[in-house]
Design a protein around this ligand. Sequence first.
Ligand SMILES: *Cc1c(COP(=O)(O)O)cnc(C)c1O
Length: 347
Amino acid sequence: MTHAPLRLTLDGDALVANWRWLDARSGAAACGAAVKADGYGLGAAEVTRRLAEAGCRDFFVATWAEAEEILPLLAEGASLSILHGVAEEDLAQAAGSRARPVLNTPRQVARWKEAAPGRPCDLMIDTGIGRLGLSPGEAGSGLLDGLVVDTVMSHLACADEDRAMNAAQRDAFAAAAGTLRARRLSLANSAGICLGRDYAFGLTRPGLALYGGVPRREAEGHVRQVARVEAQVVQRKRLPAGATVGYNATFTAAAACDIAILNIGYADGYLRGFSGRGSALHGEAVLPVAGRVSMDLTAVLADAAPGLREGDWVELVYDLPAASAQSGLSQYELLTTLGRRHARTWR
Ligand SMILES: *Cc1c(COP(=O)(O)O)cnc(C)c1O
């Protein structure tokens, strides 16, 4: 087998523990899982299998292409919702599927009524995010007559902040959904779950916090890191005072120092926001990134790890809140950009 030069180690126990915490925070509401974008980059099939085994019954993906991988993993009675709804091109797959489209537009509603009469669907109501969904007016206009609606949803725009808009969206959702016939209601993403039980309704839809993201202070100390990134030292060298490191020579050694060149770069999802700001760990030693991250290589200062040699492994600091603060990237981007050169191992 060829040697995989980067490691992405995924903690299945942490994933399940995060789901259990979100489930408990959701009170009487069921707690689902957003596994779109390949499980936020970690592997949708592996994530789904583990969460289904832990008792999760409701899964969310963006597209019908993503549904294909997930459906065979789901037991009877488990449910899968397709957040982008149903396009004309999806009908052949969708009309006979046990997954449900989340209908977002009047055209999608008409399409589903005609192509799959009597088959259950979900609905998205736009209560202010200004993204997908029917307006409350459209939803209340008789457009939905004849649909069999399983779950009515809306999505919060700023649940990760303390804003009056959160309660306004919650109340607008309750009012709009109150006029509709549906099995259950769903509003909260990860941050929404942190806002409290009155945001949970009948079903919650966390994504980020499952994977180790901390969307709000309420989740601090409860959400565990799931993904760990390790890279290998390709070269270690001594730099004299005044030497520079990397493209555009943005780092200059104030005094003689050691650097280690790691085999990870922005092509692996270790993006340029970590330039001069990220760090790696070798045992107890913290090794700050020196200069620009390049495509496949990153330099770190190595004086703190005198024993670190060519071929040794180091862990990049990829605790999501910390890495987000270092890089200026969102916790979502940090997960979804992780590259394909990593060997993924679940443990
Ligand atoms: C992605 C998504 C979620 C999950 O959001 P997180 O912030 O990752 O918890 C929930 N609902 C909808 C509609 C989404 O698109």
